[in-house]
Design a protein around this ligand. Structure first.
Ligand SMILES: Cc1cc2nc3c(=O)[nH]c(=O)nc-3n(C[C@H](O)[C@H](O)[C@H](O)COP(=O)(O)O)c2cc1C
Length: 192
């Protein structure tokens, strides 16, 4: 229960998803992570090309520090207490035997996959927190991401921790956010 007020017709899982920064520092089983990735993979995508790749490390894995190090310091400060870190990468091209063509919706589709991952994590009792506070430019090289792919964002997964574990300035920000009214985000017909 987050206290968010929303139309009761909306799925509870959607309204209850929010992004804390206080995580409890526990480890998470690979089976849970696999279920989260499988859920992400059920996202729809143009021509079903499934342009996403998830690069991940669980706390304690050999790659944990490498993946954490690609975050800006602000994010690393709290994200290190999460249980897993995931980088979302998309393939910019649709590939076939006839040749490659640009995929207009590679980022859009990867975004859909991340949201399903976030909701599946929520359903399993975890929280996620998306981040674009990354060392873009350096991170692609450190993670071996080729130029025909795009590093979209990262997210962490973990069990919510006590906000007293955060520095004071972040404790104040450990609250659920609201949303724009529908009239501002949906227009019947043309944009303008
Ligand atoms: C693509 C993306 C990038 C984000 N980058 C950061 C970030 O670098 N650092 C951070 O603390 N939060 C980051 N956030 C979290 C957002 O601020 C948060 O999702 C937003 O305020 C809505 O709050 P909610 O997720 O709790 O509903 C990011 C979220 C998304 C989806």
């Amino acid at each position: 229960m987050t206290g968010r007020i929303a139309n009761p017709k909306i799925e509870k899982l959607i309204v209850d998803r929010w992004s804390p920064r206080a995580f409890d520092g526990s480890e998470m089983p690979q089976e849970d992570l696999d279920a989260i990735f499988e859920a992400a993979g059920w996202a729809p995508s143009a021509y079903n090309v499934q342009p996403w790749t998830f690069l991940y490390a669980r706390k304690g894995d050999a790659n944990w520090e490498l993946l954490l190090d690609q975050l800006i310091d602000f994010n690393k400060g709290w994200a290190k207490e999460a249980s897993a870190i995931v980088y979302v990468v998309s393939d910019k091209y649709m590939r076939s035997e006839k040749g490659n063509s640009e995929n207009h919706s590679h980022s859009f589709d990867a975004g859909a996959a991340w949201v399903l991952a976030a909701l599946q994590a929520q359903a399993l009792g975890y929280h996620t927190h998306g981040m674009t506070g990354l060392k873009f430019g350096e991170a692609e090289a450190a993670l071996g991401i080729p130029a025909d792919h795009r590093l979209e964002a990262a997210f962490v997964i973990g069990k919510q921790g006590d906000k007293s574990s955060l520095p004071e300035f972040l404790q104040e920000r450990e609250v659920v956010s609201s949303r724009k009214p529908i009239a501002e985000i949906a227009k019947a017909g043309k944009f303008a």
